[in-house]
Design a protein around this ligand. Structure first.
Ligand code: PLP
Length: 428
């Protein structure tokens, strides 16, 4: 593989953009080397500026669940763009996508669209605080809910890659209202609630964690949270920015049959355009401005291009009864193939998987929380990452990320990937 043009473009970018990137993990700091500049993408493949073709397991960090440049989504955006790109006034398509989302997801009556997953989670927490009249929140170590101040407390994803989970600029005042719990440890959560009686507005969680690698909830963990919330007048907020419209039509709520009070969306719901959303029952959503006192707004919220992409994407997912089974089957196939070659090559590992989310950890035993995820051998991961890149397979440039399987991946692509893993393992 040649990365000449990518290297040159990165050098230019570094002069005018901090670190050369608009989101830190893209800079390859966790794995070393030069980031790859994408020229275009179609289906399961990325094509970079040097003409290399890569099988893509990141898929814009989740949104491209049907593959890149998916025709119905692209066409919907192109047609909409011809009619104006932003009005800051209501449009019919906002109601259409809201109706569809509400019909697909359990336990929600109303949904408010924003521009990113960060905004969705930030607004959900404000709403939870406004609704309950309480200030504190519980989040889990290793879970990432975007980069708003209250969440940059042992966050996963890029924040973990760099080992700077507590960012400068987050005030002590903000940090004191975020209580940290251990993922998959219900007793730990109970202890925090007991020590902060009547002070906790919500528990926010990735129902399947995807930002410390993929970490599924242990049996009964989400139900345990639901029960604790009910017993203590705490709202349960599911951050389904990754899992929403990916694990099932109704996301993790449907998959695990657990009712969340507020649900956050991002990624898939925007079909690759900048969209987030949060949703709940009327009783909670009616506290939002202009109906209620909890303020939340956005110049570009409900943007027509973004709504067109999202509506086309959700329509495709809603009309395809087999899509989530198909994705899960492909992911299982990849899991089995990769697991087989890891065992054959005597590499210590753990593979976690839920639906179309999967991650490979280079360590022994179970990876069930941030502590166990952080034990993975990062040197092995770095070599693995670069080896896979050399073979033409793009996985996330950080050991703390999930691989996202798309419907565009063929079984030939999966076989190619498994063979590439086998080749790379022999070089470790
Ligand atoms: N929540 C989760 C679970 C995420 O994975 C992310 C982003 O990766 C976010 C929130 C933040 O979303 P965004 O990057 O769109 O602000």
């Amino acid at each position: 593989m040649i990365y000449k043009r990518s290297s040159a473009l990165f050098a230019e970018a570094e002069k005018v953009i901090p670190g050369g990137v608009n989101s830190p993990v893209r800079a390859f700091k966790g794995v070393g080397g030069t980031p790859i500049f994408v020229k275009e993408a179609k289906g399961a493949y990325l094509y970079d500026e040097d003409g290399n073709r890569l099988i893509d397991y990141i898929n814009s960090w989740g949104p491209m669940i049907l593959g890149h440049a998916y025709a119905p989504v692209v066409n919907a955006v192109v047609e909409k763009a011809k009619k104006g790109t932003s009005f800051g006034m209501p449009t019919e398509i906002e109601t259409q996508i809201a109706e569809l989302a509400v019909s697909m997801v359990p336990n929600i009556d109303k949904i408010r669209f924003v521009n990113s997953g960060t905004e969705a989670c930030m607004s959900a927490v404000r709403l939870a605080r406004g609704y309950t009249g309480k200030d504190k929140i519980i989040k889990f170590a290793g879970c990432y809910h975007g980069h708003s101040d209250s969440f940059l407390i042992q966050a996963g994803s890029g924040a973990s890659t760099f080992g700077t989970p507590n960012s400068p600029g987050v005030t002590k005042g903000t940090a004191k209202d975020t209580l940290l719990a251990r993922y998959n440890d219900i007793e730990n959560v109970k202890g925090l609630i007991d020590a902060n009686k009547n002070e906790i507005a919500c528990i926010i969680i990735e129902p399947v964690a995807g930002n410390m690698g993929c970490i599924p909830p242990k049996d009964g963990f989400l139900k345990g949270l639901r029960d604790l919330c009910d017993a203590n007048d705490i709202l349960l907020v599911f951050d389904e920015v990754m899992t929403g419209f990916r694990l099932a039509k109704g996301g993790a709520q449907q998959l695990f049959n657990i009712h969340a009070d507020i649900v956050c969306f991002g990624k898939v719901i925007g079909g690759g355009l900048p969209v987030g959303a949060f949703a709940a029952k009327n009783e909670i959503m009616n506290h939002l401005a202009p109906l209620g006192p909890v303020y939340q707004a956005g110049t570009l919220s409900g943007n027509p291009l973004a709504m067109a992409a999202g509506l086309a994407m959700l329509t495709e997912l809603n009309n395809d009864a087999e899509i989530f089974n198909r994705l899960a089957k492909k992911t299982e196939y990849l899991h089995q193939g990769v697991s087989k070659v890891l065992i054959e090559n005597n590499i210590t590992h753990t593979i976690n998987r839920t639906g179309s989310m999967i991650s490979v950890h280079f360590d022994e035993g179970h990876v069930v929380d941030f502590e166990t995820a952080a034990k993975g051998n990062n040197d092995t991961f770095k070599k693995f990452f670069h080896g896979m890149l050399h073979e033409g397979v793009y996985i996330a440039p950080s050991a703390f990320e999930t691989w996202f399987i798309t419907d565009a991946l063929s079984y030939e692509d999966l076989d190619f990937t498994i063979a590439a893993v086998n080749t790379v393992l022999k070089t470790l």
